[in-house]
Write a protein that binds this ligand. Structure first.
Ligand code: PLP
Length: 386
């Protein structure tokens, strides 16, 4: 679910319903107006979930584009440099690096060091935008954006605050959690919508230089004929995620706790990465663990053979795992990070999924440690089951 969620049935219905609309939403005639109404409805739905005016909502091609637009668009419009946390998604990190910006340290739980942020802002001087994610995509660590915004207002009053809320969207009250941010990124496929649709919410009167120029769609912030069906499904998916949020967060955090506790109890050498962080500081749906005596990629393959799809969390487009900048920034030793995996759950996860994972994963881990096909050999870590 942290990598991508199944499409919600309501979103699928909206997608299918809009696929045959012929009109271009920028046109004048009846068919065009029908298409435009779908965009307006979706914009209203997204705006409703964030408590902003519909005009604040810009649709893009995904979270990556929205992150790039937030960083590069603000720097392009007003000059200065961008600053971000060291654990941002590469979509932010790379955009910040390209514009000569800097990344600020986090503590051992992955939480931004606010004193280091303040010092960096004062030292850097001409800061245009500060980008800090609402929740981390590898570990699920939540960050208080209001506290970040307070530091920015004090140390760099003219800088804007951007938050990548891609992972947080299903789990937090977006209006409340992102209230301190001028710019907010969302990605539809992380909350039960289709892949390839993103949102950049721009609060207030903020100057942004577009990355994509042309016909001036999306109030000039993002030209190009919109993906009407994808956007219609996005609006419905976010409305559903928002409606379902409180119940889903309670249900899924209980499932995730069961999964994590079950793994730790059944298998020696499994270390929850955010062990010291209270429930409220972590996303309900992400369990991040480091497993002694195995390599991440090998566990991904062994788990897949048992029909459990898990993630190396830090992967590049080729699918090959690369060392995690998030875990390195948290000061996790490389040998511990070498066996790190992310297990994530979401809106349609069930008890049965957890039960299956609690059978498959200990067996897969033991198989890798013993080198046997079944995991039944002698496990140097004491066997899969304590
Ligand atoms: N930001 C975060 C925190 C993410 O987890 C992701 C997706 O993995 C993205 C940005 C990129 O979003 P998209 O896949 O829509 O480009």
């Amino acid at each position: 679910h942290a990598a991508s969620t199944p499409l919600r049935p309501e979103a699928r219905a909206a997608l299918e319903d809009a696929l045959d609309l012929v009109g271009n939403p920028s046109g004048q005639h009846r068919w065009a107006r029908t298409a435009r109404r779908r965009l307006d409805d979706a914009r209203d739905q997204v705006a409703g979930s964030l408590g902003v005016a519909p005009a604040s909502v810009t649709f893009t091609s995904g979270g990556t584009e929205s992150d790039n637009l937030a960083v590069a668009g603000v720097v392009g419009a007003v000059g200065g440099i961008p600053v971000c946390s060291a654990v941002e998604h590469h979509a932010v990190l790379e955009a910040v690096r390209r514009r000569g910006g800097r990344a600020v340290a986090v503590d051992s739980t992955g939480s931004l060091d606010l004193e280091a942020l303040e010092a960096a802002l004062v030292e850097a001087g001409d800061v245009a935008v500060v980008s800090v994610m609402t929740a981390n995509n590898e570990t699920g660590r939540l960050q208080e954006i209001d506290a970040v915004a307070e530091v920015v207002r004090r140390a760099a009053p003219s800088a804007l605050v951007h938050t990548d809320a891609v992972q947080a969207a299903c789990w937090v009250d977006l209006a409340e959690a992102t209230a301190g941010a001028d710019l907010v990124t969302l990605s539809a496929h992380k909350f039960g919508g289709p892949k390839g649709v993103g949102v950049l919410v721009v609060r207030g009167d903020v100057a942004i230089e577009p990355l994509v120029v042309g016909g001036g769609q999306e109030r000039g912030r993002r030209s190009g004929t919109q993906d009407v069906a994808g956007i219609a499904a996005t609006g419905v998916a976010l409305a559903e995620a928002t409606r379902d949020r409180v119940a889903s967060a309670a249900r899924v955090s209980a499932l995730a706790d069961r999964l994590l506790d079950g793994l730790v109890r059944s298998t020696v050498g499994v270390h929850p990465t955010l062990a010291g962080v209270p429930r409220g500081g972590r996303l309900p749906g992400i369990c991040h663990v480091c497993v002694d005596g195995i390599e991440t990629e090998a566990l991904v393959v062994a788990a897949e053979q048992r029909d459990v799809m898990l993630s190396a969390a830090a992967s590049c487009a080729s699918g090959a795992a690369e060392p995690s900048h998030v875990l390195a920034s948290m000061g996790l030793p490389a040998d511990r990070a070498a066996g790190s995996v992310r297990l994530s759950l979401g809106w349609c996860s069930t008890d049965r999924d957890v039960e299956r994972a609690l059978v498959a994963l200990p067996a897969a881990i033991s198989q890798l440690r013993t080198g046997s096909a079944t995991g039944a050999g002698r496990d140097p870590f004491g066997g899969a089951t304590r």
